[in-house]
Design a protein around this ligand. Structure first.
Ligand SMILES: [Zn+2]
Length: 121
């Protein structure tokens, strides 16, 4: 299929879309101009306008307080039973000061336990 035949198969809308797509690509290529020494030649005015110093200022608050949804009620349901087992405690003797204390078993390991006072702080 030649290019002319291809274009003839397109509807007017498709042609417009094609022109738009092609022209869009050309514009993108023009924005970034790379010269022989690989320096970028961007339109300087555009960059300056982007980097312009601006004082920080609060914009107008568009939020409005419409109040609570007081018509919505929390449904009365049975509470989920709290049946997590109690933490396992363990009697430990401080390796440094000899003080005995009861601590959560999952936090203690090894033979040389040090109590809270004796861990370097
Ligand atoms: Zn200690």
């Amino acid at each position: 299929m030649s290019m002319d035949e291809f274009v003839n198969t397109l509807s007017d809308e498709q042609k417009q879309a094609l022109i738009k797509a092609l022209s869009g690509q050309v514009v993108e290529e023009e924005e970034e101009e790379v010269s022989e020494d690989f320096t970028m030649n961007k339109p300087s005015g555009k960059i300056q306008s982007q980097r312009r110093r601006e004082s920080v200022r609060a914009k107008e608050n568009s939020w409005t307080d419409t109040g609570e949804h007081r018509d919505v009620e929390t449904p009365e349901k049975a509470q989920t039973p709290r049946n997590r087992p109690k933490p396992k405690k363990k009697q430990v003797k401080c390796h440094a000061c000899g003080k005995t204390s009861t601590v959560n078993a999952s936090l203690v390991y090894g033979e040389y336990y040090r109590c809270d006072r004796c861990t370097g702080r």
